[in-house]
Write a protein that binds this ligand. Structure first.
Ligand code: NDP
Ligand code: AOF
Length: 599
């Protein structure tokens, strides 16, 4: 059934704060802006329905409105890999999508190169598309807008083609709907929310440490919803010991976040709700070398333990960023929250304030020592919201502004500088980095085991190219520590873990790295890549399908293998893949020619 949104139902949101309908001189453009803003807000509302499920993808909503202002169809992306919002909305609108306007909170990403969102709008006969935000990810930004325009659709982007106070507010709501993705892309740590419940006198527990419960049942149900939209919940060792928390989302929403305990001492009890992994897993992050026997105990319970040389919130968050986490809910006490705020990883705060007083000179407060001495140093929250939840007040706001991403995409000319072997007519650039990117299988971290010939002439299996590459820094070194290191890397549970072991051993014990490493590392990588792209036919086809395009590993940090943040990197991984691609295109190598086997 078609719904109607009439301009008269839209309240004025000019600075006068009145509740009247727009009555300014430019009433026509105002009311059309009011209409656009209202449909975009609806798209945002739809996008929000699947917050937490789409991770690490953005939340997308789409509204199709007919020329007479009727809503003919709506859709939202339900989860990663499901049908795009635009496809669902066009389908729902049927014939009414002809000559209609589509409102999208964000430019479609057209992940995996299927272009189905753009195709649906084009084939549905949509005439005009109003987009809240350009896609925040560098490799996708502007692509769908260009594709739609090239098919003759009129595309308007808020803040670029449409400008007014109403439009700016609608655009802000689009930024908020995908704040986790945008903040993550800009800060290279997951979007982090610090949540706590405190009494009116600012305590998160009694002096005894007892804290259950400060906030009401209604507030705690709200916390379950927050958990349900996060990828993981993190607590400190003390909260794990004191509260024996479950940290599960119990609102019936379906999505269960991972649980993370951050502890330096690893002095945790053997019996704990967090070790019950029947519903959801737990990861313990700790200081390298902490209580090895307890680490073994946790491993026997199926708990993953990750050791850090320096256990601080930033290192831990960078690690989870690299593992693909989009958003983290911090439910720790004041000790860890202060460390997290100090290291700049907290983006947003949710404070439930209960109308209770507990008192107590030593009762803990939500944020410990930040080293500030004057009130002028206090951190001001931005975009603060106040909401009554049952008897409590929920105060939320951002600790850092949501960045307006204007990523620098290296120009084609700059890319020729990165790789002089690429000819100017090869103008398309394909960026890859994370394994969930459309060309994520080009990453060394992609989960494709390879079987390689070792120094003894036997074949052995490596879980990923990264495992093989990192271990080969130490292969052949006549030292028991180096041999152990090769074995540790080989049995690392994930490519990230393999990389961490390899890099930290290289940093801490440079004398264990083989002396010829700098001269052989490209060859080591090439052999591993050749094996990977020989034995997996779909990867081979994917590589060949990029013929004519420049491949760039979009690593901002690695200036040798990656292209760097602004194209200043040497992009050796991209170069090797392009070299391999020409080799495959010229003359297909047979397996007997290479040093690898099918797995
Ligand atoms: N009302 C509320 O919303 C909440 C209340 N609470 C209450 O708060 C109290 C616990 O508070 P608190 O002691 O501050 O607990 P935290 O959750 O902040 O845990 C602190 C612990 O975190 C670990 N840690 C690891 N790395 C770091 C680091 N770099 N910096 C700081 N800590 C690190 C350490 O664990 P380890 O010692 O194992 O090495 C440290 O002792 C309890 O009474 C609990 O009930 C807790 C959460 C929420
Ligand atoms: N006391 C307190 C909270 N405490 C937080 O909730 C955790 C317990 O979660 P669970 O075991 O899953 O119920 C606890 O360890 C701490 O992080 N939260 C709140 O919303 N309100 C409260 O009053």
């Amino acid at each position: 059934m078609a719904l109607t949104v009439s301009p008269s139902s839209i309240l004025c949101s000019c600075s006068c704060n009145c509740n009247a309908t727009p009555s300014h001189n430019n009433a026509n453009s105002l009311s059309s802006h009011a209409l656009h803003a209202s449909y975009i807000r609806r798209a945002v509302e739809l996008a929000g329905k699947s917050a937490g499920f789409t991770s690490p993808h953005p939340n997308f909503g789409c509204v199709i409105a007919t020329p007479s202002g009727k809503v003919a169809g709506e859709g939202f992306l339900y989860a990663q890999g499901t049908r795009p919002a635009e496809v669902l909305a066009v389908e729902a609108a049927g014939q009414l999508s002809r000559q209609a306007t589509a409102y999208l909170n964000m430019e479609p990403g057209d992940c995996h190169g299927d272009h189905s969102a753009v195709s649906a709008l084009v084939q549905g006969g949509v005439e005009r598309v109003v987009i809240g935000l350009r896609h925040p990810l560098q490799h996708l930004r502007g692509n769908a807008i260009r594709a739609l325009r090239s098919q003759g659709l009129q595309v308007e982007v808020l803040g670029e083609d449409l400008n007014s106070k109403l439009i700016e507010e609608a655009r802000k709501s689009c930024l908020l709907a995908n704040a986790p993705l945008i903040c993550r892309a800009a800060s290279r740590v997951p979007f982090s929310v610090l949540k706590f419940a405190m009494t009116l006198d600012g305590k998160i527990a009694a002096s005894s440490g007892h804290a259950s419960w400060i906030s009401s049942k209604t507030s705690r149900n709200r916390v379950f919803e927050l958990r349900g939209t996060s990828d993981a919940i993190i607590v400190g060792g003390n909260t794990a010991r004191r509260d024996n928390p479950r940290l599960t989302a119990r609102h019936g929403g379906g999505h269960m976040p991972m649980r993370i305990v951050m502890t330096q001492t690893l002095d945790l009890p053997e019996e704990a709700n967090l070790w019950d992994t029947s519903d959801v897993s737990t990861i313990v992050v700790t200081q390298r070398g902490a209580r090895r026997s307890f680490q073994k105990f946790l491993a026997s319970k199926g708990i993953e333990v990750v050791e850090f040389d320096i256990l601080n919130p930033r290192e831990v968050m960078e690690y989870f960023h690299d593992r693909g986490y989009l958003s983290i809910l911090w439910e720790c006490g004041g000790t860890l929250s202060a460390a997290a705020i100090s290291s700049g990883v907290i983006h947003k705060v949710f404070a439930f304030v209960a109308p209770k007083i507990i008192g107590g000179k030593n009762a803990p407060s939500p944020v410990g020592e930040l080293g500030m001495v004057e009130m002028t140093q206090a951190l001001d929250l931005i975009d603060v919201c106040y909401e009554q939840v049952g008897p409590d007040m929920l105060v939320s706001g951002f600790l850092q502004p949501i960045p307006d991403l204007t990523p620098v995409i290296p120009s084609v000319d700059e890319t020729y500088e990165i790789d002089p072997t690429v000819t100017p007519y090869e103008s398309r650039i394909i960026f890859f980095y994370k394994t969930w990117d459309p060309y994520g299988a080009f990453s060394n971290f992609s989960p494709h085991p390879i079987k390689m010939l070792d120094v003894d002439g036997d074949y052995s299996t490596w879980m990923s190219v990264e495992h093989y590459y990192q271990a080969h820094k130490f292969v052949g070194v006549d030292d028991p520590v180096a041999r152990d290191c090769v074995e540790n890397i080989k049995s690392a549970k994930s490519p990230e873990e393999a990389a961490r072991i390899g890099r930290s051993m290289q940093r801490q014990h440079p004398y264990l790295v083989r002396s010829d490493w700098e001269s052989v590392k490209i060859d080591v990588m090439y052999r591993a890549l050749k094996c990977k792209f020989s034995i997996y036919p779909h990867l081979n086809s994917m590589l060949l399908s990029t013929a004519g395009s420049v491949l760039v590993e979009a690593s901002p940090h690695d200036l040798f293998w990656g292209g760097g943040r602004d194209g200043e990197g040497l992009n050796y991984l991209g170069r090797l893949l392009m070299q391999l691609r020409s080799e495959f295109l010229g003359e297909s190598p047979t397996l007997s020619e290479s040093s690898c086997l099918g797995v």
